[in-house]
Design a protein around this ligand. Sequence first.
Ligand SMILES: Cc1cc2nc3c(=O)[nH]c(=O)nc-3n(C[C@H](O)[C@H](O)[C@H](O)COP(=O)(O)OP(=O)(O)OC[C@H]3O[C@@H](n4cnc5c(N)ncnc54)[C@H](O)[C@@H]3O)c2cc1C
Length: 197
Amino acid sequence: MHIGLPDPTRNGALAPAVLIVGSGPAGLFAACALLRHGVMPRIVERLLAPHGETRGTALQPAVLEILDRAGLIEPFLRAAVRIRQVQLLGPHLQEIATAKFAGIGCKYEFQCSLPQWRTEAILREHLARLGVKIEYGTEVRAIEEDPDGLRVMLESGGRSETFTTAYVLGARTASRAIRCRSISRGRPTTVDTLLQT
Ligand SMILES: Cc1cc2nc3c(=O)[nH]c(=O)nc-3n(C[C@H](O)[C@H](O)[C@H](O)COP(=O)(O)OP(=O)(O)OC[C@H]3O[C@@H](n4cnc5c(N)ncnc54)[C@H](O)[C@@H]3O)c2cc1C
């Protein structure tokens, strides 16, 4: 079952009920979570292609638990180095602190270390298997409310598109502009419930 809005430009097919802005880890994981609950999102990304940067490398035990619940843990365990102890050193290699993950009472008593580009690639591969294509080179320029939903102005390769959807999920770091306007419209619908699980 897929949830969406009637879209006259799609031959009667439903338009995705959720537009995800940004294909960083947050947007990609949100898409995976929505799909688990039968919500097919549309993902737009203004970059022309995925980045290849190391960025955030540590997946903490709590994140691993979340990935496990989402049925996504295996590729991360295969791709990552397991960090079982973290040691902070000061001048002259003097130990400041040591933290061990053993005995923390979690199924994953380690951090998974892998480059962020790899984390994103794993999530993208999962989405691709489920038929979700990320629309690169597509930027959200504005969002307006109208009686049918949220009207989103998109721009891609010099072409403009207007897309109406029920929810816009602004999955972009430090972007007050979209985050503020992307909260669901406050209707207690199925999607609200699903996002909380
Ligand atoms: C150089 C660098 C080094 C970093 N190093 C570390 C580190 O060592 N440790 C650590 O924990 N974290 C690090 N970070 C931070 C980490 O990368 C972020 O916390 C993480 O990427 C946040 O994920 P996200 O999905 O929320 O947002 P992002 O990864 O920022 O993804 C948001 C995406 O939204 C897209 N986007 C934005 N606006 C629009 C729009 N209007 N339309 C369409 N698409 C849009 C952007 O192009 C971007 O791809 C680093 C970040 C950078 C840039």
